[in-house]
Design a protein around this ligand. Sequence first.
Ligand code: AMP
Length: 284
Amino acid sequence: MAQQQTMEICTTISEVRQALKGVSHTPVGAVLTMGALHDGHLALVRQAREECQTVVASIYVNPTQFGDQTDLAAYPRGVQEDLRVLREEGVGLVFMPTDAEMYPPGFDTWVEPGKIAEPLEGVHRPGHFRGVCTVVLKLFNALRPDRSYFGQKDAQQIMVIRHMAEDLALGVEIVAVPTVRERDGLALSSRNAKMRFEERQAAPVLYRALCLAQELALRGQRDADTVREAMQECIAAEPLASIDYVSVADVETLEELTGIDRPALASLAVRIGETRLIDNVLLT
Ligand code: AMP
């Protein structure tokens, strides 16, 4: 149920630390976002609200995870609406740092993730996960959450962050929340708003390809190449779509599979016009 309550907004690390200092209601759950909030983000907030006594959300468009500066400049923003929605969801605290707060002059320490960050997004967005890990670690250090909620839509991101949390003993539980989709299957994303009408009509092709992979696996297809090819053909039939990658990989290591003889993640990145979309499903 939507609730109305006071929501504190902090823009500096010292303010947010101060605000969280006196918090006796634990666990503290964090939802880290880049704003332009939609129902996918709200699923994270709602699960955090159910499982945590205190929920803090962050809104920060992290420049260091964007390789392409045009993409960063074009990233949708709508802070006032975001704050209204978070207030309505009953979030108690919002952290909205500036670039100067997160990357002050002289900032020069980075988190370099390992092998799990190399394939898929790692190939197509070099340096992306380095930027993600660095900002997530800094946000964790500012907020000190017990749990943090991430969307399964960004499956590799969850794996990379889990790895970091374990390797560096962060003491934060990383919770995965199922992907929220439109009625036609398109995974909700802040980037969806950038698509023209015809592009939006074409975009559900990602989910169609993933459902096809699921169906083939369910019917007993165990050859990963056959499944990848079927997904590629499905995408190729959509003239506005061009493939960055199509993958059927081990769900633990993200290594491409030859045979689907263990739990697998089918994932893809596809450009619809100028908009790059990603999505994934588990194959069992
Ligand atoms: P972003 O603002 O795109 O960085 O996303 C913030 C968080 O929301 C990340 O953990 C995303 O995985 C998650 N998220 C984004 N879209 C969805 C979705 N459609 N369903 C579930 N979680 C999502």
